[in-house]
Design a protein around this ligand. Structure first.
Ligand code: TRP
Length: 345
């Protein structure tokens, strides 16, 4: 049997920060064991239950303890996931496999390490991404292409979230491959989905308050990309982009970085101001976006230099301590703290 069907962990250095848990190791071993017995793969329409699962299937359920039953479900889930990962290598089955795998993101906790350490999977993802670049300029992305790439991005999000893969993901500089998607301005649904889902991957990276993720992002052009989306984007992409900037600001290095030069500070504060003006003028009741904006302002006010400048540049509507378009109690408190930090009240 050709080794294209073997799923094995890629070599990783013993001093690597990433370790594979015994449970993940078992999955790889199961996958390898399976390819040693090819006839089984033809049963159940290509889906082959493990010997333990076959035994379970042929035994009365009433004889099984609940434990056995849940183990049986886990077995079959693992086998399905492994099958889909293998199917990624088959061009005809890839689209379906991507879609099925992305649906398993939340229900299958070991998906991220399995994806990362299986041979060729990440290369396939990068290949899928590279295919889309040619459709960005001129803008020709179809809805079908957009949802296919969004499945890939969903799986990247899962790698960005998982503690065992996040660091590998950063060291391989995978986020950079998404920046061309963020650097688009086409308003169609296909492009907006692509932007929102790409931002979702970056959002997943910063969600864990991991300084390694923040430090990585700071060395890239993610902030100007986010600022552009905050200024001109649609509702959802704008909210996720603001969340990312908020998370960078909440990190000490992130705050210092943004307040280090007047150009950086003003780039951020001007976009925040534009968003506040926009919300105020359009009477849009977007409390979620407002929450992120106020949190960004509050954090900026904690930097001495930025605070002095903000005193002058805070949008007029926010200088009013009684203004009513903030509804959330927590956000009202942040707003009060902001005004206090700036000695406005
Ligand atoms: N390379 C730019 C810089 O270091 C990145 C950048 C542009 C930036 N605009 C920004 C960083 C606004 C922070 C805030 O300045």
């Amino acid at each position: 049997m050709s080794n294209q069907y073997v799923i094995v962990p890629q070599n990783y250095r013993s001093d690597s920060m990433v370790s594979i848990s015994p449970a993940d190791k078992r999955y790889f071993e199961q996958a390898q064991a399976k390819q040693k017995s090819p006839p089984q793969q033809m049963m159940f329409g290509g889906y082959s239950p493990s010997p333990s699962l076959q035994k379970s299937l042929s035994t009365q359920l009433s004889e099984q303890s609940i434990d056995d039953f849940s183990r049986m479900q886990k077995d079959s889930d693992t086998e399905l996931v492994v099958q889909y990962i293998l199917q990624l290598r088959d061009a005809d089955k890839r689209e379906q496999a991507l879609s099925e795998l992305s649906k398993k993101r939340e229900s299958f906790p070991h998906l991220a390490p399995l994806l990362w350490h299986s041979v060729g999977t990440i290369a396939i993802f990068l290949q899928e991404i590279a295919v889309v670049y040619q459709h960005l300029q001129p803008a020709q992305l179809t809805q079908a292409q957009s949802s296919r790439i969004c499945s890939v991005l969903g799986l990247l999000q899962c790698l960005a979230l998982h503690v065992q893969t996040r660091s590998c993901f950063l060291r391989a500089h995978i986020p950079l491959f998404l920046y061309p998607f963020l650097n688009t301005s086409n308003k169609s649904k296909a492009f907006e989905n692509l932007r929102v889902t790409s931002l979702g991957v970056i959002g997943a990276l910063v969600k864990g308050d991991d300084p390694e993720a923040i430090n990585f992002l700071m060395q890239t052009e993610i902030i100007p990309l986010c600022l552009r989306i905050m200024k001109k984007g649609q509702e959802l992409s704008r909210t996720v982009a603001t969340f990312i900037v908020q998370k960078i600001l909440l990190d000490d290095n992130g705050l210092n970085y943004i307040c280090q030069t007047p150009e950086r500070f003003f780039a951020v504060s001007q976009v925040l101001q534009t968003m506040i003006d926009d919300l105020h003028q359009s009477q849009k009741d977007d409390q979620r976006l407002l929450r992120h904006i106020i949190r960004c302002y509050l954090r900026l006010s904690e930097n001495q230099k930025a605070g002095e400048v903000l005193k002058k540049y805070l949008p007029q509507v926010l200088k009013d301590p009684t203004q009513s378009f903030i509804k959330d109690e927590v956000v009202k408190k942040w707003h009060n703290n902001l005004l206090q930090n700036l000695s406005i009240k």
